[in-house]
Design a protein around this ligand. Structure first.
Ligand SMILES: Cc1cc2nc3c(=O)[nH]c(=O)nc-3n(C[C@H](O)[C@H](O)[C@H](O)COP(=O)(O)OP(=O)(O)OC[C@H]3O[C@@H](n4cnc5c(N)ncnc54)[C@H](O)[C@@H]3O)c2cc1C
Length: 271
């Protein structure tokens, strides 16, 4: 058994200092990714720095045309938030479909985007909405934040504090999930913003979440279901695993894109 020390700092500064003073420390939030990894021996941190007791990281608020969500906010709080349901119902709907009840109670938005699982749901919403990730040292646009599979632009010890979501004109998310793992095999988030349409795909990209530029171009020309009818995704840039081939995912992405388009205007039904 690998010895691990547990710390519960009460400020961001304490957390950063603890991290810098320990050999192989790691932050823990909901623990729903990290603890299974530790149980399997895939992660062996010397120190766990629990960020959940830090005041001011568990909140949802509106600032003008933005919703701000703190890093330790659980999936269930996002799903049930009146603010999120009012202003970005597709985001509340997405949070409400992550994993199961236990996962949604403990899992946090900060942990999810720091982990950047290629099949995680939140990355599609951050990239699709053009969100900004605020850390203890800087602000990163989602376009620069998600780098590759389980890889982000975060430096060692950098702590996600909150995420700033611009409120879109409308948005929708559709996913097809594996019956066993419940992660999406393909999930498509479409947002119509004042600067144009953004489309992000999760669960399918060989390098993780990505923007589907061909679909964006078509929808920016004409925002309709018909506009994306003939589009075929390139399987070469998609992942292949025991759940699905890349060709299957290429087709699934466009099925999900059409479903997301059909949700537009019906987004209130996520309530
Ligand atoms: C059975 C099961 C089913 C699931 N299904 C889904 C699903 O369908 N869709 C989905 O999207 N996810 C799913 N998940 C993952 C779940 O959403 C996790 O909660 C999430 O990925 C990680 O969040 P967490 O708060 O538990 O992070 P933790 O496990 O605590 O941490 C994950 C990683 O993020 C780092 N970290 C945590 N917080 C911060 C921070 N503030 N700043 C910097 N680094 C930080 C940690 O050091 C660690 O490396 C599932 C998990 C399980 C166990």
């Amino acid at each position: 058994m690998h010895p691990t020390s547990y710390h519960r700092p009460s400020s961001v500064e304490q957390a950063i200092t603890l991290f810098s003073e320990r050999e192989e420390a790691t932050y823990i939030s909901g623990g729903h990714t990290l603890l299974p990894a530790m149980k399997q021996g895939l992660a062996n941190p010397s120190d766990l720095i629990d960020v959940c007791a830090i005041p001011g990281l568990d909140f949802i608020e509106q600032e003008g045309q933005h919703l701000i969500i703190g890093a330790t906010t659980s999936h269930v709080k996002v799903a049930q938030s009146d603010l999120v349901k009012k202003w970005i119902p597709a985001l509340a709907g997405l949070a409400g479909t992550i994993g199961d009840r236990q996962v949604r109670q403990r899992g946090t938005i900060g942990g999810s985007i720091a982990n950047n699982d290629p099949a995680a749901d939140y990355p599609a919403s951050l990239l699709g909405l053009g969100a900004t990730i605020v850390t203890n040292v800087r602000e990163l646009p989602a376009d620069d934040y998600f780098v590759s599979l389980f890889e982000t632009a975060l430096e060692p010890g950098e702590l996600v504090l909150k995420i700033r979501f611009p409120i879109p004109i409308e948005a929708a998310y559709a996913k097809f999930r594996s019956a066993a793992a419940r992660y999406p095999q393909a999930g498509v988030f479409i947002a119509r913003t004042k600067d144009g349409v953004r489309v992000a795909v999760t669960g399918a990209g060989a390098s993780g979440v990505f923007r589907a530029s061909e679909v964006e171009d078509a929808l920016n020309t004409c925002f309709s279901l018909e506009a994306i009818e003939g589009i075929r995704m390139d399987p070469d840039m998609l992942m292949e695993d025991l759940y699905a081939t890349s060709e299957y995912r290429a087709n699934l992405i466009m099925v999900m894109a059409r479903q997301a388009m059909q949700h537009m205007g019906l987004a209130q039904s996520f309530k």
